[in-house]
Design a protein around this ligand. Structure first.
Ligand SMILES: NC(=O)c1ccc[n+]([C@@H]2O[C@H](COP(=O)([O-])OP(=O)(O)OC[C@H]3O[C@@H](n4cnc5c(N)ncnc54)[C@H](OP(=O)(O)O)[C@@H]3O)[C@@H](O)[C@H]2O)c1
Length: 315
């Protein structure tokens, strides 16, 4: 049985991925910073005996040596959307991937799968994007058997994207659109994305950079409209001048979990669709078929007045 080592496995992608891996008899070790917070959710993603959860500081080299020693595959899902004093983009997106890629080489792993993000090469004024690109470069330099996945937005009931937007849309009568809501995305459902990872492992796909997209291209405004229809609400969508957006982001940045940062605003300027410079999952025969509207309708009822059965009761 192959042994898979996952960093950042307690997040949206990790939880879905662990389920798929253990179903196919992979033995999974998940590294988390907080066993007590994440242990239960991680342990219940597979049958007993398939999942080992280890609490560690991801920069603890001695611990990493122990963890890498007997593993076949490493998957890096660690990522942040905003910085704080302790967790900088450089540390999380550059230094950490560099460190684990040297460990992959040292312990002769069969593969390292690293999750980057779509569009990062174009977003030259975003610190997030610059750090992701630098991380990718370092990894490839250190360990050739690396596959880097660059997904567009990944969504599901466990995300911080559609769920947060539906909460905000439920609360506010008006909703601001940055860049007139024209930025394009190709949302991919987490289940489809995890199937891509699984196929890369099972079929031993070795392309170094793969852009991962869903079946549709939607502008941000179209995404918001679909969410509004799905939660059965009407809201005023107003274009927010970028100067005001930046000012509000400046204040949001002061919050412990900022809703929006100036760096994210810079990133939002760029379309999040394939660059044309690399293969996509479609080119490799790994199409993501789940459609945005269909999938969000499976959980949007939680934001509807009256919940799942509201319409039936009203009849
Ligand atoms: N979700 C998307 O739409 C999307 C789109 C493009 C790219 N990506 C990339 O895909 C990767 C995974 O995404 P996700 O949505 O699953 O992320 P997520 O839900 O935010 O989870 C990321 C995991 O990283 C770990 N982590 C966060 N900060 C850390 C730190 N300072 N030190 C150590 N570990 C830390 C956490 O694990 P513990 O708390 O257990 O330690 C967390 O569970 C990220 O690299 C992200 O940039 C995601």
């Amino acid at each position: 049985m192959k042994k898979v080592l996952i960093f950042g496995g307690s997040g949206q992608i990790g939880r879905h991925l662990i389920r798929k891996l253990t179903k196919e008899n992979y033995l999974v070790t998940v590294v988390t910073r907080n066993y007590h917070k994440n242990g239960a959710i991680l342990k219940t993603q597979g049958n007993p005996g398939y999942i080992d959860v280890v609490e560690a500081n991801i920069f603890d080299e001695e611990k990493l040596d122990d963890l890498f020693e007997d593993k076949d595959i490493c998957i890096n899902l660690v990522g942040i959307l905003y910085e704080d004093k302790k967790n900088t983009f450089k540390n999380i997106h550059v230094n950490f991937p560099s460190l684990i890629s040297t460990k992959c080489k040292k312990y002769n792993l069969k593969k390292l799968i690293h999750i980057s993000a779509l569009g990062v090469e174009r977003a030259l004024d975003s610190k997030y994007a610059i750090s992701k690109v630098q991380g990718e470069k370092n990894i490839i330099q250190n360990f050739l058997k690396t596959v880097i996945l660059r997904p567009s937005i990944i969504y599901s009931v466990d995300d911080n994207f559609t769920t947060n937007l539906m909460t905000i849309l439920s609360l506010l009568p008006i909703f601001p659109l940055y860049y007139n809501g024209k930025t394009k995305f190709s949302p991919i459902h987490v289940s489809n994305f995890c199937e891509i990872i699984l196929k890369i492992i099972n079929k031993n796909i070795s392309d170094q950079i793969i852009e991962c997209i869903g079946p549709e291209e939607l502008s941000f405004k179209e995404i918001i409209k679909k969410l509004l229809i799905s939660i059965d609400k009407k809201r005023f969508l107003i274009s927010m001048p970028i100067k005001i957006a930046k000012l509000s982001a400046f204040f949001f940045e002061k919050l412990p979990k900022p809703l929006l940062t100036r760096d994210q605003l810079n990133l939002l300027k760029y379309d999040n669709i394939p660059s044309g410079d690399y293969k996509t999952n479609n080119d490799l025969g790994l199409e993501a078929k789940l459609k945005f509207e269909d999938e969000i309708s499976k959980y949007s009822y939680m934001w509807k007045k009256g919940g799942e059965y509201s319409k039936k009761f009203n009849k």
